[in-house]
Design a protein around this ligand. Structure first.
Ligand code: MD3
Ligand code: FE
Length: 206
């Protein structure tokens, strides 16, 4: 298995999931989305909609609306608890995170053709000691990562279906975003587009 140290704290596992594993994970995610439909997050204060749609699984889920960004135990529209974290995701976290406690949130981002995500930091978690683990499925995307200050130099990486990235240490508070989705680059999703899963620890373990 190819492990690429991209930058301090960033490890890339290209094609970490086989076609069979991607299909099995996709089936689990279809069940998640049936129970917890994709919603369109909105920017704090302005209410401007994100181009990415989202849902979550695990005990906590990330949401954003006019009131702010936060983690909460209930879906913002159905008000139901988030679905359980599928077992293969827990296994991948145990294998690759190097962190001795389970993740609490799996944020599922869906990028239709043309969707993107501007440069941002992930800092709504209480525990920055835990890494964030990202899994890409479907169309490839151009990912950008910089340093811990806005406006510094950045590097680009193409993320393809089945790729896994781990962001820890110095990279945990790096600015990052998705510049564009390469439409039609994968046939995994019949509807096209890209799914990204991020496994996160939110609270500090006892
Ligand atoms: C580096 N998602 O959900 S995954 C996000 O592809 C997010 O949907 C992008 O940024 C996506 O917040 C990028 C890669 C990623 C995720 C979280 C990180 C990189 C990260 C947290 C800290 C540093
Ligand atoms: Fe992020």
């Amino acid at each position: 298995m190819t492990r690429i140290a991209v930058a301090p704290g960033v490890v890339h596992w290209p094609g970490r999931l086989s076609a069979g594993e991607q299909g099995a994970l996709l089936a689990e995610l279809r069940a998640v989305v049936r129970q917890a439909p994709l919603f369109q997050p909105r920017m704090p204060k302005t209410g401007k909609p994100f181009s990415v749609r989202m849902t979550n699984c695990g005990p906590l889920g990330w949401v954003s609306d006019e009131s702010g960004y936060r983690y909460q135990p209930l879906h913002p529209e159905t008000k139901e608890p988030w679905p359980l974290l599928p077992a293969p995701l827990l296994a991948l976290w145990e294998e690759l995170s190097g962190y001795p406690h389970p993740p609490e949130a799996c944020l599922v981002n869906y990028y239709a053709a043309g969707a993107k995500m501007g440069l941002h930091q992930d800092r709504d978690e209480q525990d920055f000691d835990a890494p964030v683990l990202s899994i890409s499925l479907g169309d490839a995307a151009l990912f950008r990562i910089g340093g811990t200050t806005r406006g510094g130099k950045t590097a680009s990486l193409k993320l393809a279906s089945g790729d896994v990235l781990v962001f820890g240490g110095a990279a945990r508070l790096a600015y990052h975003g998705i510049d564009r989705v390469l439409s039609g680059s994968s046939t995994l999703l019949a509807e096209g587009g890209r799914l990204n899963l991020t496994l996160r620890r939110v609270t500090k373990p006892d």
